[in-house]
Design a protein around this ligand. Structure first.
Ligand SMILES: [Zn+2]
Length: 480
């Protein structure tokens, strides 16, 4: 299968070679696009959130240095973005909502910049950036970050804890509230964070724990995420953490952080993480991320989120089922990300079904009985929404309830062997890329050697109760 990132990477490489040849031979005009630098698009073109992200370049790495003062909420940042132009750029956009930008340099030269719309930072470099060229953008900024208030999900992005700490969490956007970013799932990048806070505060971020050192402003904490991350999967959290460190069976480091007041029950559940990841690996293939762990907030926020390598949990969650769910996302949602937000069932239906698989394996739950009971109990409203292209604002309405049923019905339609193969190979096929529901359908059809259009129309693309043929396939057929 082909994620958009794969395609973009391939295209960029080919173009870089072309551009090199053109320059060397002095025939730049042979390529009609070459030299005609234009502004990059101010959005990545998602059908629900067209303004999120930007066009014209592909970020490889974020190197973010931040000073944060919990007492005043003041954040001072220096962001260095390494990217490659996918078109010749006279100007390009980053996303940043809130903080004041102090200066921008592109390849070490001062660049002009303006702010437009909700979150556009428009940068005009001193000279155009040519298609295929690698370039670095350095942005100095400061301010008091503020969350985006989403009518459905509540506050998203940078938020403040009652303890005086702070944390970043949100979907579909969060990064935009605290650092300049190409805020789209289509542009994954490695993420290096060095954050300085007063000595009495602790910090947890994504990826592997780097060194800690004293500076005049406090203590600097380094976190390195070398698995390419979608921007909304990056996080940082500042509190008076209790840390718990261990390793997975393959040696991958595990770091979990508990806010003061975290229950013993939650800590006991998180200590099963190596067992949970081993179990999920047995279903979904090798663990695809460079580190593991969890961030257990004291704040009772409205959601927990699968931030890369280290999910962030609401103070109201932190139970075993939620830990299974967020870690299943490391395969379904993080390392294979949505191509468009309308594909979000590829994240949520799977993470929800992972909870079913856990209950089946670890608690001996009869999933057919669970499925049939859920179908029996379902009201007309239960069936009234689609699992694909459900409309902006409805992304999360049906995926947790109807979603796992759809996957259990799929398992019974294509058979255990084909189902096992699909869920175990999908990540490897699309690793570090993006994928869509129609691509998942085609892949499943190929593995199962079946035409599944009727099934997908009934369960995924449709908004009515599936007919009995699709509702009771295989072993779900009522006995005569
Ligand atoms: Zn989820």
């Amino acid at each position: 299968m082909r994620g958009l990132n794969h395609w973009r990477r391939g295209a960029v490489t080919a173009v870089a070679v072309l551009a090199g040849i053109s320059l060397g031979a002095g025939i730049a005009l042979a390529d009609p696009g070459f030299g005609g630098a234009k502004p990059g698009s101010d959005g990545a073109g998602d059908s629900y959130y067209p303004q999120d992200g930007n066009g014209g370049y592909d970020v490889a790495d974020y190197d973010l240095k931040v000073d944060y003062a919990p007492a005043t909420h003041q954040l001072t940042g220096s962001q260095t973005i390494s990217a490659r132009a996918t078109q010749s750029l006279s100007s390009f956009d980053l996303d940043l909502s809130g903080p004041t930008v102090d200066s921008v340099k592109v390849d070490g030269r001062d660049a002009k910049f303006t702010r437009t719309g909700d979150h556009e930072l428009v940068i005009t470099p001193a000279r155009p950036v040519w298609r295929g060229e690698r370039f670095t953008t350095k942005i100095a900024y400061h301010g008091v970050p503020a969350a985006i208030d989403d009518p459905l999900l509540g506050l998203n992005g940078w938020q403040y804890g009652k303890s005086g700490g702070a944390f970043a969490a949100g979907e579909p956007r969060s990064a935009t509230t605290w650092y300049p970013v190409n805020d789209t799932p289509l542009d994954k990048a490695t993420f290096h964070l060095a954050i300085t806070v007063p000595d009495e505060w602790g910090v947890i971020g994504n990826g592997r724990e780097g060194r800690t050192f004293k500076t005049p402003k406090g203590t600097t904490h380094v976190w390195d995420e070398t698995t390419p991350a979608v921007p909304y999967m990056t996080t940082v959290a500042i509190d008076k953490w209790e840390f718990d460190r261990t390793k997975l069976s393959d040696g991958t480091p595990v770091v979990s952080a508990y806010a003061p007041g975290t229950s013993d029950e939650t800590k006991a559940a998180e200590r099963r993480l190596p067992e949970i990841i081993d179990f999920l690996s047995s279903k979904f293939g090798p663990y695809p991320v460079d580190a593991a762990g969890g961030i257990f907030l004291a704040e009772p926020i409205g959601f927990s989120l699968e931030t890369l390598s280290r999910p962030i949990y609401s103070g109201r969650a932190g139970d075993l089922q939620t830990i299974v769910h967020e870690n299943a996302h490391q395969w379904y949602g993080d390392t294979v990300a949505v191509e468009n937000w309308k594909d979000v069932c590829l994240n949520e239906c799977f993470a929800s079904y992972a909870q079913w698989l856990w209950s089946e394996a670890k608690e001996g739950q009869d999933l057919n009985a669970r499925y049939l009971a859920a179908v029996k109990k379902a009201s007309p409203a239960f069936w009234a929404g689609k699992l694909y292209d459900m409309g902006p604002g409805n992304e999360f309405t049906y995926v947790y309830s109807k979603g796992p049923l759809a996957l259990h019905a799929l398992r019974n339609t294509i058979g255990q062997q084909a189902f096992d193969k699909v869920i175990k190979t999908w990540n490897r096929l699309n690793h570090d890329g993006n994928a869509s529901m129609p691509e998942f359908q085609r892949y499943t059809e190929r593995v199962a050697h079946m035409n599944l259009q009727g099934f997908f129309d009934a369960w995924i693309y449709g908004n009515a109760k599936p007919s009995d043929q699709y509702l009771y396939p295989g072993s779900l057929k009522p006995s005569a």
